[in-house]
Design a protein around this ligand. Structure first.
Ligand SMILES: [Zn+2]
Length: 512
């Protein structure tokens, strides 16, 4: 029996990576291959793939008892990315390649039966974890070498065939293959500009306030009024991602199997799942390898639910805890998987099933109880988290004509005001752990920040039952953001404007 050989890889649980050692012993005994170390079904398939791949490149799988041990045994190990490490350790244990070449290198990649090296999910979070364990070299699928290079300080070697791996382990250079064309990547949304939208002054203002304070936003209005166009333009108003945020955004995308090419994202992501989306595609799930859902793909960006009332009650309910905790936990028999889900929510809904209720001059045919039930589909706990509810009305022909002649402000100008407002709120909230007004809880607003002129207005409304305490907090949060956008402290008219935004215009006037 020869000395065992060890290769390193990473087990992924959500964004968390843990080191895994693949130890292989080749010894006397009936020729067979045994895998130990709590592997899931996909690892048994790995054994068969590895044997076929080795045979396909003209090498012999050891004609002996091959024991493959993945440690630590207690760690659940899902995924198909252990193939490269398994083959490297088997070849080294059989003295077909020098084993010292395996030291300090992390292996991630799946093998095809024909010896091709296939892309896997989670290269970026896996290598970030490996780098924290002082592993500074990696061998990954050639198609993902760019993604691997996003990890600073990691020496990356891409391989496209098993033969390349064998060459590398012999110390012979393998030319870096040309990057393959991107596959399965989401197209970067075209940079839609706010100036594309004619009129809708109130809607644009609500969007600007939402962007500045990172407030969740609910757009109400009949079809065709521009709700989707507004939502799509929110990411364009937000500041660039920080490097830490970008790494998180990229790591989630990597786990979702998106092609990251070779650069970190700089702009906040945008996810707009359809109302028929399953709960798993919304919050994450999957049979073996747990994939992040839309709420995590929108992490540090915008999650837009169009026709929000059409989403299943289960899907809407599944948003509640992630909205509160900014992360989502998916329970599996093998343990819980956690993904970040710190998204800014934008909901859009028609006022009723036919979409015409409340539109002047239009004929809504929905019975009143249907309209009520339609509005109640978005549950209180979700509405509680939404600071801005904006009604959008169709524009009359005259106002459209007028608006078309007025040059509309572009996204870059608005984004500058948003950035300045964020700087103000960031400075005010320094040391609290929050950076935007949308995150600040009620007690802090009422007790630790100065109360603005006009607060008595809110107190009166509270006393008369026109506002709940939560409503008061929303108004305070919005008043701060409105004032931040003007570069000053909040005043009574900011409070009045906030009341209007919280509940659409008509109801706001009553309170103020
Ligand atoms: Zn209707």
């Amino acid at each position: 029996m020869s000395t065992p050989a060890t290769a390193r890889s990473v087990a992924l649980n959500g964004l968390e990576g843990s080191p895994v050692e693949i130890e292989v012993a080749v010894g006397a005994g009936l020729p067979r291959t045994v895998l130990v170390g709590l592997p899931d079904t996909s690892l048994y398939e790995a054994r068969d793939r590895c044997r076929a791949a080795v045979a396909s490149c003209g090498l012999r799988w050891p004609d002996a008892l091959v024991t493959i041990n993945l440690t630590p045994a207690t760690l659940p190990k899902a995924g198909s990315h252990y193939d490269l490490g398994i083959v490297a350790a088997v070849l080294a244990a059989a003295d077909l390649v020098p084993r010292e070449r395996l030291a300090g290198t992390v292996f991630m990649g799946e093998l095809g039966l024909d010896g091709r090296v296939r892309p896997v999910r989670g290269i970026l979070p896996g290598l970030l974890a490996a780098h924290r364990q002082n592993l500074t070299r990696c061998i990954v699928p050639a198609a993902q070498a760019g993604e691997a290079r996003l990890v600073a300080g990691m020496a990356v070697q891409g391989v496209s065939r098993l033969q390349d791996l064998v060459e590398l382990l012999h110390g012979r250079p393998v030319p870096d293959p040309l990057p393959e064309p991107a596959s399965g990547s989401d197209p970067v949304p075209a940079s839609a500009d706010l100036s594309d939208i004619v009129g809708q002054i109130d809607g644009k203002w609500a969007l600007e306030v939402a962007a500045a304070g990172r407030h969740h936003l609910f757009l109400h209005g009949p079809p065709g009024v521009g709700k989707t166009m507004l939502a799509e333009r929110l990411p364009g108003l937000l500041p660039d991602l920080s490097v830490t945020e970008a790494l998180d955004v990229a790591a989630v995308a990597s786990l979702a199997g998106h092609d990251l090419a070779d650069q970190l994202p700089t702009r906040p992501p945008y996810a707009d799942p359809h109302h028929t989306a399953s709960v798993a595609s919304l919050v994450g799930g999957g049979a073996r390898f747990v994939r992040p859902g839309a709420i995590s793909l929108a992490h540090r960006g915008v999650l837009f639910l169009d026709e929000a009332a059409e989403f299943s009650p289960r899907a809407l309910e599944a948003l509640r805890r992630p909205l509160e905790l900014r992360k989502v936990t998916i329970s599996r028999s093998s343990g819980a998987v956690e993904f970040p889900s710190d998204f800014q929510l934008v909901l859009a809904a028609n006022p009723c099933p036919c979409g015409l209720a409340g539109t002047p001059g239009a004929n809504c045919t929905c019975p009143p109880h249907t309209v009520r039930r339609y509005r109640d589909r978005i549950s209180g706990p979700i509405l509680d988290r939404i600071d801005i509810q904006q009604n959008l009305a169709p524009m009359s022909r005259a106002s459209l004509r007028l608006a078309a002649r007025t040059p509309a402000e572009g996204s870059d100008r608005v984004a500058q005001r948003v950035a300045a407002a964020r700087e103000r709120s960031g400075a005010r909230l320094q040391g609290t752990g929050w950076t935007t007004n949308g995150e600040v809880p009620g007690p802090y607003l009422r007790k630790s920040l100065p109360l603005p002129d006009g607060f008595d207005l809110l107190e009166t409304a509270l006393g008369r039952g026109l506002l709940t305490l939560r409503g008061v907090d929303k108004c305070l949060r919005l008043a701060w953001t409105i004032a931040d956008l003007q570069g000053r402290s909040p005043r009574a008219d900011d409070v009045r404007a906030a009341v209007g935004m919280r509940r659409g215009d008509s109801e706001g006037v009553k309170v103020a």
